[in-house]
Design a protein around this ligand. Structure first.
Ligand code: C5P
Length: 226
């Protein structure tokens, strides 16, 4: 199993004037927390960290994680993941599993990763971590008309998301050709008509998007330190 960590986003919604992977949580950056979390999770294959070409801070930080290879990401998240897969594919088999995990989720837990991999190994295609939605979800159509969706059928996708190297390359390439808006790996796989499985992830595995998320992540990380 290989690991790709996309960290090439600008994190503009975080709004701190710095890419969010450099946001400080307790004594270290978000990126360091996520890299440290994956040091504690066994990965048999390659570990790739995809950063923006001008992000020398991430490059330097990653240097202290000797098993992590740094590559350059792309304009959109899907471009970043595809660039990482292209880098990986000469040294991987198309049938190998690859996990893609947002650097913005530092509270990833080994038990969830194990469960995800186990589920993948029982399926042909792969699986993702996700959580059932708790809010009531509204949809607004082009005329401004609001309707309510059936919450019982809705899940919020998390990462890691795990698929086969060859399948993910084909799916992301096709999605690009068709101009589809792809915000996670599973959406590219779904667009191919391939079945995606869901494993319930931890409520701690939140993505840091806004400063309030960083405060919650800090709380969870502190719990682990005590
Ligand atoms: O923007 P968002 O929070 O959805 O990004 C999720 C992850 O994808 C982040 O870790 C971000 O750094 C990464 N990303 C990337 N390349 C991009 C855009 C986002 O690696 N072009």
């Amino acid at each position: 199993m290989h690991l790709i960590l996309p960290a090439a986003g600008s994190g503009q919604r975080f709004g701190a004037g710095i890419p969010k992977q450099h946001a400080r949580i307790l004594h270290q950056s978000l990126l360091e927390w996520t890299l440290a979390a994956w040091q504690a999770i066994p990965i048999s294959g390659h570990k790739l960290l995809a950063i923006a070409a001008d992000d020398s801070v991430s490059r330097e930080l990653a240097a202290s994680f000797s098993d992590v290879e740094v590559i350059h990401g792309g304009r959109e998240r899907a471009d970043t993941v595809l660039a990482a897969l292209m880098h990986l594919s000469p040294r991987a088999e198309p049938e190998d599993w690859v996990m893609v995990h947002d650097v913005a989720r530092p509270c990833v837990e080994n038990k969830d990763v194990e469960q995800l991999l186990q589920t993948c190994q029982q399926t042909q295609v792969g699986a993702i971590l996700a959580r059932p939605l708790t809010d009531t979800i509204k949809k607004i159509d082009n005329h401004g008309r609001v309707t309510t969706l059936d919450r019982s059928a809705l899940w919020a996708a998390q990462t890691p998301q795990c698929f086969k190297v060859g399948d993910l390359i084909s799916a992301l390439e096709q999605a690009k050709e068709r101009g589809l808006a792809i915000t996670d790996e599973a959406s590219a796989i779904e667009a191919m008509g391939w079945p995606v499985n869901i494993v319930t992830g931890s409520e701690r595995n939140i993505k840091v998007t806004h400063p309030a998320d960083a405060a919650l992540v800090e709380y969870f990380l502190k719990l682990d330190l005590t």
